[in-house]
Write a protein that binds this ligand. Structure first.
Ligand SMILES: C[S@@+](CC[C@H](N)C(=O)[O-])C[C@H]1O[C@@H](n2cnc3c(N)ncnc32)[C@H](O)[C@@H]1O
Length: 373
């Protein structure tokens, strides 16, 4: 039996064991009429709503989940629940991504992972001179700069934030002896194993270098740890026909970021309406690189709606999912503020000479030929 199914996948090109397990998924037909509507932000739990998306319809899913770093919107999750959420959501993606399509996960390692089994770090502070800063100095500084937080006050007074807190409250903000130690938890391995179990293959990974987050770096003054300044993009591929089109980016774009592993993109300056937005440039690059106009882009942790905005600006359709009703409202508002855009046809790229698009021809390649050579 040798055939391409309706999704363009030649099942015979898959390893035999995958033919058996993946075949039924690619052939899956669900004749329900009620799928999640396109170009809308849907309120609900990603793990429950993803199964309501039309099978094999999503060209790209790009999202940034809760990172398990203590944000308000993830307070309902313990570490086990967080792992269950992510593994379930990843597994729910396999049936809905188009064969040859991509799932892109933006995530960072957990830098302050509480671990009661970790031995206490025996820190010998070399310059253990008592700080001359008094309680009155702190109170004066607070009066002078009421808008300063603890870290800014410490910087202003030339002492550690621990000293500020000790002078004000007589306690140690890093916790007493009974507090669990914290360590770094790398998440890439977890994400890769969940995606592999779902049927995806890790196709690429990139690093997003953002602004150094000094403010969040509770240890900047008392350890050898680095500040938080980069995140990952893991790009997973669902086996199938993938169009490789060098005309999606200009020559300059290929040179500056399309072919580069490290992306320098400033963080969002004001997280005034959402705790953890990513900059619109991040999903925009992924969308430009991996999709064509009119394709459907999914974000199942859409927060303030950044991915939908990026999709609209690139002439793509979108599906957004978000648990928090407040963020749903925010995302819908952002979407409604985007001027309606005529969907460009892909051919228009070829004639856009001002853009210096690459002259290399488009290639349709089968799964085996999709690599970086
Ligand atoms: C890191 S933020 C995403 C921010 C988004 N990229 C932006 O630019 O605004 C993660 C989002 O996931 C949402 N969330 C948490 N648990 C969820 C769940 N089970 N289903 C859907 N959304 C969830 C949170 O409310 C939060 O808005």
């Amino acid at each position: 039996m040798s055939y391409r199914n309706e999704n363009g996948l030649n099942l015979q090109r898959l390893p035999p064991e995958l033919q058996a397990s993946l075949g039924p998924l690619y052939e899956h037909k669900d004749h329900r009429q009620e799928y999640l509507s396109i170009n809308e932000i849907h309120q609900g739990d990603a793990a429950q709503l993803l199964i309501q998306i039309e099978p094999n319809s999503i060209s790209l899913s790009v999202w940034s989940p809760p990172y398990f770093v203590g944000k308000e919107y993830e307070a309902y999750l313990d570490f086990e629940g967080w792992q269950t959420l992510l593994s379930t959501v990843i597994a729910c993606h396999f049936p809905i991504i188009k064969p040859g399509g991509f799932l892109v996960i933006n995530i960072a390692d957990i830098l302050v992972f509480r671990d009661p089994t970790m031995p206490r770090i025996q820190a010998e502070v070399v310059r253990r001179k008592r700080s001359p800063v008094t309680r009155q100095d702190v109170l004066d500084a607070m009066q002078q700069h009421p808008e300063y937080n603890r870290y800014q006050l410490a910087q202003f007074l030339g002492c550690s934030e621990q000293t500020v807190d000790r002078r004000l409250n007589g306690n140690n903000i890093r916790g007493g002896k009974s507090e669990a130690q914290t360590r770094v938890k790398v998440v890439g391995g977890l994400v890769e194993s969940w995606a592999s179990a779902a049927g995806f293959y890790l196709y690429d990974r990139r690093i997003w270098v953002k602004d150094p987050a000094w403010e969040n770096s509770q240890w900047a003054s008392l350890s050898y740890r680095a500040v938080d300044e980069f995140e990952y993009l893991y790009i997973f591929w669902k086996p199938g026909v993938t169009k490789i089109d060098r005309n999606r980016l200009t020559r300059n774009e290929w040179r500056d970021w399309g072919s580069r592993a490290v992306w320098q993109i400033p963080s969002v300056r004001t997280n005034d309406d959402h705790e953890a937005k990513f900059p619109v440039a991040l999903p925009t690059r992924i969308i430009q690189l991996l999709t064509d106009p009119d394709d459907i882009v999914l974000d199942c942790f859409i927060g303030s709606g950044t991915t939908a905005v990026a999709a609209i600006r690139q002439g793509r359709r979108f599906v957004g999912i978000e648990l928090s009703p407040d963020y749903v409202e925010l995302a819908r508002r952002k979407v409604s503020q985007e001027p309606p855009r005529l969907l460009e046809k892909h051919e228009s790229y070829q004639t856009d000479s001002s853009d210096e698009r690459s002259s290399s021809p488009s290639l349709d390649v089968s799964a085996e030929h999709v690599d970086r050579s």
